[in-house]
Design a protein around this ligand. Structure first.
Ligand code: SAH
Length: 231
């Protein structure tokens, strides 16, 4: 069979600066903002003419951070607690023969001055992700509410999130610069980003959102954010 060399049409600038704590699918964290910068020679207003009529876009992209790790025929999806093996093609795992991802994102706007930028929300993409293609999302064809989701069905309740007084104070101080950060932290932690395998229950975790380090841990009541500090 033939093989193809693909060149990215754009690059993602995302609030998610590391893989840990990125939601496992798009749409789960609607406050997560990203900007898709088109790369030359695709960075022309003509190439996106008409796209502003659509509320959502499909993005295909390269799992560039994990691509070098290759693939295996089976993977352990976090949805199954990380201890049951499923065929790679029955999962949305990043470790695939062709490391290509597919995500839908809300299109907040398009800027065409000094380059072309798509303003996005709800994407599950790491900062720097190379984008292979952009297509309008067509609800009448792409949305299939009757579809069955097998083991990936989401029955889990969102994890409640609380903030320490110090974290609240820090968030109040950066509210002008990052008004959506508090809500984004709630949405990210509601998904319980802890790895599937068992770990020290009292462990403190750190994640980077925009230019801030967020520290948090879990207790019987949910997630508790201890601090928010400039990264
Ligand atoms: N919606 C996509 C991605 C699902 S996997 C699809 O179905 O194809 C989601 C995970 O991909 C996230 O939790 C994040 O950790 C990881 N991810 C996002 N961007 C990535 C990148 N550029 N390289 C490697 N992993 C990435």
């Amino acid at each position: 069979m033939s093989s193809w060399t693909l060149q990215p049409v754009g690059r993602i600038e995302s609030c998610f600066k590391e893989k840990f704590a990125i939601p496992r699918q798009p749409g789960l964290c609607p406050s997560a903002e990203a900007t898709l910068h088109l790369l030359p020679p695709y960075d022309q207003a003509d190439a996106v003419r008409g796209l502003e009529q659509f509320s959502h876009v499909w993005l295909s992209f390269v799992f560039h951070e994990t691509a070098s790790q290759g693939w295996r025929p089976t993977v352990r999806p976090p949805k199954l607690g990380g201890n049951q093996r499923i065929g790679v093609f029955a999962t949305r795992s990043t470790f695939r023969p062709n490391p290509i991802g597919l995500s839908v994102a809300r299109l907040r706007g398009i800027e065409t001055q000094g380059g072309v930028r798509l303003l996005l929300a709800g994407a599950d993409l790491l900062d720097g992700t190379p984008i292979l293609d952009i297509k309008p999302y067509l609800a009448y064809s792409d949305a299939l509410p009757e579809a069955s989701n097998g083991y990936a069905d989401d029955g889990s309740a969102p994890m409640p999130v609380r903030f320490s007084p110090e974290a609240e104070q820090a968030l109040a101080g950066i509210a002008l610069r990052r008004p959506g950060l508090r809500q984004l932290i709630i949405e990210v932690l509601a998904q319980d980003p802890r790895p599937g395998y068992a770990e020290d229950a009292a462990r403190e975790y750190g994640m980077t959102l925009y230019e801030y380090n967020v520290r948090w841990r879990c207790d019987a009541e949910g997630a508790w954010v201890s601090s928010v500090q400039a990264a």
